[in-house]
Design a binder for this molecule. Sequence first.
Ligand SMILES: C[S@@+](CC[C@H](N)C(=O)[O-])C[C@H]1O[C@@H](n2cnc3c(N)ncnc32)[C@H](O)[C@@H]1O
Length: 214
Amino acid sequence: MPRSPIRRPPPDLDLSAHLRSVESLPEVLTSQSLFANDQPLEIEVGSGKGLFLTNASSATPKHNFLGIEIQSKCAEHAAGRLAKAKLANAIMVSGNAEPLFAERVPVESLAAVHVYFPDPWWKKKHRKRRVLNETSIVNYATAIAPGGRLHFWTDVLDYFEDTVEMIAELAPHLGVPIPEEEIEAEHDLDYRTHFERRSRKHHIPVYRVRYEKQ
Ligand SMILES: C[S@@+](CC[C@H](N)C(=O)[O-])C[C@H]1O[C@@H](n2cnc3c(N)ncnc32)[C@H](O)[C@@H]1O
């Protein structure tokens, strides 16, 4: 399916409070170091155009949200949405989530990790490039605090089944997979993410799961 083009935010929109490079990030990623408060921190990996980050940070002002997006154009677009909505509890990082989780997110510090519609990497020899792989699953499970959540949604059944299997094997302390419901969408922005909207509009099934760490 073709992807829709990404628009850069208008040049006069100030992104300085909402877009960070990896180089400009603090050494350790916490609510205190990023937002100067102690609200629970949630991280989204692969934010795309930023629909989830915008809706979630606006609906949950008492939590902080960090989106990590490897494509700089997408990160800018998502940061533009946050800036337009003047959201003080959300920041986009333009960069790779993997080393940030491996090196800079403290153990048992996160209220949630969100991974929605990660790129499928269909070929078997490319599977190790998937965002959800053996290393990241262990890193996410380590970073999530007791009682914290991992959300994973995809429209690729094989990715879904492989991931559920890997989590059971590598991170059993994340608990059992809890199915998440499809929410009625009355409006184009009511979907969890752009890719959820795309899949549902094309009648492609979506597999949704949540884990809650013991
Ligand atoms: C298929 S898109 C889905 C975007 C969004 N989550 C959605 O559901 O609309 C996957 C996104 O993950 C991003 N991505 C892939 N690998 C990444 C990584 N290692 N770190 C951060 N973002 C990554 C891609 O650039 C892409 O924007």
